[in-house]
Design a protein around this ligand. Structure first.
Ligand code: C5P
Length: 396
């Protein structure tokens, strides 16, 4: 899995730097080409001579070599790397990464890295659990960085707790897992719809629903983390972060969502319709705010919105279509019926009757029904785990 891969190994200044020698050795043994980038503090813990001897390449630490003026391009390194592993990542390096403080070669290379970055933090237990570190770690996760969590155990300070850098074997395992996951859907194109739609009544009012978009976003992220190129058509949601491999198109109404989905359907391999699309929209939108005075009530005439799933179902060629069904009664029967009517390949059923499924929740409980009639029932899980289950079934 690692043979021929270009890996930048970033080493920052922590006592765990001695373990990076073993990590480097394991990566090289598995056939990876490794370029070490070390921070000035890192060199206090481990000598560049050891690292260059093991990697077969001069270690990069400064922006240029003082006596020759040779320039070391962090941009080139960032482009070269298939993966950048920062191990150990100290609290300082993590903080600089989270905030873009590019005052050394390691951070500039991180900011230039085009592909995945993985960090293995190492620090004292109090530093690890400090709100500042945890905030920075959360930022890195949002930025798409894989965190190889530190272990609990005896620390260099003599204290016992979480903060010890993960063992080199397990960091290598995480790198291998990353490449094997990436390989599975590389070159595939995915279209996902997510969130609610808002149908305007007048400039200040609309018809909407409680969909948070969490399920659809988790599915988009899961496909992207397996190497697929994902287009996510999102209704109005508050979610801000998406995996870097996701191209997001924000829409508001069902009509806009339908247009975006249709125009991105052609070359998609997998299409997941997780949006809670409004079935009806006001026939006309008032130009100014509708007044209350002088009326006893009002009647709003609604017209049917396009059924995006059914529209795409009729256009279907090579695409695999996956729909969702949210039912309150006769759940399986209705799901089977919808699957057939909309020409879907799979339908994911979640029931509003289940306390762990549905709108605004972080968990979901699903049954996947296939066009051949197979029913796969799962226990309640986080939406992230549910997304994994769905992708495992549909993208084999
Ligand atoms: O018919 P129902 O709304 O229950 O079907 C649910 C499935 O159809 C979901 O996958 C949903 O995203 C999709 N759908 C759609 N366009 C609509 C209504 C539903 O794509 N107008």
């Amino acid at each position: 899995m690692l043979k021929g891969k270009h890996i930048v190994l970033g080493i920052s200044g922590g006592i765990a730097a001695y373990k990076s020698v073993m990590l480097l050795r394991l990566l090289v043994k598995r056939g990876a080409e490794v370029q070490v980038v070390i921070t000035p503090n890192g060199k206090e813990f481990i000598t560049p001579v050891t690292l260059s001897a093991l990697s077969g390449k001069p270690v990069v630490s400064e922006f240029f070599t003082a006596n020759t003026g040779e320039w070391h391009s962090h941009v080139d390194l960032g482009l070269w790397a298939d993966l950048m592993i920062i191990a150990p990542a100290t609290a300082s390096t993590i903080g600089k990464m989270a905030n873009g403080i590019a005052d050394n070669m390691l951070i500039t290379t991180y900011l230039s890295a085009k592909e995945q970055v993985m960090v293995a933090p190492a620090m004292d237990l109090d530093m690890w659990r400090h709100p500042s570190t945890q905030r920075n770690i959360a930022t890195l996760r949002k930025d798409g960085v894989i965190i190889v969590e530190p272990e609990a155990g005896e620390l260099a300070s003599g204290l016992v707790g979480k903060g010890r850098m993960e063992e080199p074997e397990n960091i290598v395992k995480a790198a291998e897992e990353y490449f094997s996951r990436m390989a599975t859907l590389k070159g595939k194109k995915v279209l996902v719809t997510a969130g609610p739609t808002f149908e305007n009544i007048d400039p200040v009012r609309f018809i909407g629903n409680y969909s948070s978009g969490k399920m659809g976003f988790a599915i988009a992220d899961e496909f992207a983390s397996r190497g697929a190129e994902v287009t996510l058509v999102a209704g109005p949601v508050s979610i801000k972060e998406t995996h870097p491999g996701v191209r997001r198109i924000d829409v508001r109404s069902a009509k806009e969502m339908c247009e975006a989905a249709v125009s991105n359907f052609g070359d998609a391999d997998y299409v997941v319709l997780a949006a809670a699309v409004a079935d009806y929209a006001p026939e006309s939108v008032a130009d100014s705010k509708i007044k209350r005075e002088g009326t006893d009530g009002m009647t709003l005439r609604l017209v049917k919105n396009p059924d995006i799933a059914a529209t795409l179902g009729c256009m279907k060629d090579h695409q695999k279509l996956i729909g969702f069904a949210l039912e309150t009664d006769h759940e399986l029967e209705n799901a089977h019926h919808k699957l057939e009517k909309k020409h879907l390949d799979w339908i994911v059923l979640n029931s509003l009757n289940d306390p762990e499924a549905g709108f605004m929740k972080d968990t979901n409980k699903i049954t996947i029904v296939s066009a051949s009639g197979e029913e796969m029932e799962y226990p309640a899980k986080s939406k992230r785990e549910v997304a994994k289950d769905i992708v495992d079934v549909v993208a084999v």
